[in-house]
Design a protein around this ligand. Structure first.
Ligand SMILES: [Zn+2]
Ligand SMILES: [Zn+2]
Ligand SMILES: [Zn+2]
Length: 348
């Protein structure tokens, strides 16, 4: 079983993953690994994954056979496992906890395509429904405190499968980055009497310098203190702390904004590696109503090096104002009728 270990100095937990159990030599193989043609996520390969948890499929089609359009399966190599109790234990100065949680994979297309940006708007909407459905189902398990939905695209960003997919890891603790955001929003609201994310939206809309795309319910922009070139946040314009409460109309709108934003990013830099995370309020604990759920897209064009790792400061060589202007301007160049994407900008 995996184990969670707490750093004795700061409030940071690490998952020591025994399921993945890599020996030092295994890393050599990973670095030299060729991407296999035998993809377990393609339609027709349903038996290559663990049995599906849910799938949106044609009526009458059987589980783990074709006929689906979005499929959720357990990760074959889970970072956390569903069995056991999250017991906190003390070993001298060290603390551990059983690696209890869930690790699921959301297959975003039947076809072997690398991105969410090339899916139809309807398909992106279905993927968002899957995120929400899983989030609502997993929170019934009181052992779980946080549900992290994320997406890795490209080997540099940690994607080991090329086929477009997102993942979900549910944890028995609230992760430190989320705790920091919760504390920050709580502090701001007690000082200012308002939500920092709502105020941010207000200022971005007034200044229009960092906005990429705006719809009736969502704002896509490059945040003021962007850590990475083209770092992009997508926020619901109306205050909402819990992604699980997102309404149907907003899901449809988010599909449009997310797809448009990802298309713009990939028009600008083809095959851009990125990580995307969905931050939302924790589950099975005090409701954090001052929080405001959001998506963060972090392109991986720079490398975290010594200074970043040593200090937690990020050095971003592209200002969010420059990034936003470039991303706004890609608008007129897509989508092309033949389905291809015209390459207009290249980042050097
Ligand atoms: Zn595939
Ligand atoms: Zn808000
Ligand atoms: Zn966040």
């Amino acid at each position: 079983m995996s184990e969670l270990r707490k750093d004795p100095i700061i409030d940071r937990w690490v998952i020591i993953s025994t399921e993945r159990g890599k020996r030092p030599n295994d890393y050599k193989d990973i670095m030299e690994e060729k991407r296999t043609q035998d993809c377990p996520l393609c339609e027709g390969k349903e038996k290559s994954t663990p049995p599906e948890i849910i799938a949106y499929r044609e009526p009458g089609s059987r589980n783990d056979t074709p006929g689906w359009w979005v499929r959720v399966v357990p990760n074959k190599f889970p970072a956390l496992g569903i069995e056991g109790e999250p017991l906190l234990q003390q070993h001298g100065i060290y603390q551990t906890m059983n690696g209890v949680g869930a690790h699921e994979l959301i297959v975003e297309s039947t076809k072997h395509e690398p991105g969410l940006d090339t899916q139809t708007e309807k398909q992106v909407e279905e993927v968002i429904w899957a995120w929400r459905d899983r989030s609502l189902d997993l929170r019934k398990d009181s052992r779980l405190k946080y549900i992290q939905i994320f997406k890795n695209t490209g080997p540099v960003a940690g994607a080991s499968l090329e086929h477009t997919h997102s993942q979900l890891i549910a944890t028995p603790l609230v992760p430190v980055d989320v705790i920091q955001e919760l504390e920050g929003t709580r502090e701001y609201s007690s000082r200012q009497g308002s939500c920092v994310f709502c105020d941010m939206i207000g200022q971005e809309i007034a200044e229009r310098e960092r906005i990429i795309y705006e719809s009736s319910h969502f704002l896509s922009f490059n945040p003021f203190a962007s850590r990475f070139p083209f770092e992009t946040w997508i926020l619901p314009k109306g205050h909402q702390h819990d992604f699980g409460q997102v309404e149907e109309e907003k899901v449809r709108d988010l599909a449009k904004v997310l797809r448009t934003t990802l298309r713009k990013i990939s028009v600008m830099i083809k095959n851009i590696p990125y990580n995307m995370v969905l931050h939302t309020s924790p589950v099975n604990m005090r409701e954090e109503r001052h929080y405001h759920w959001h998506l963060e897209i972090m392109p991986r064009l720079t490398i975290m090096a010594g200074f970043e790792l040593g200090t937690g400061y990020f050095i971003n060589p592209t200002s969010p104002e420059v990034a936003a202007q470039a991303l706004r301007e890609t608008e007129e160049f897509y989508p092309l009728q033949d389905g291809s994407i015209k390459e207009v900008y290249r980042y050097v």
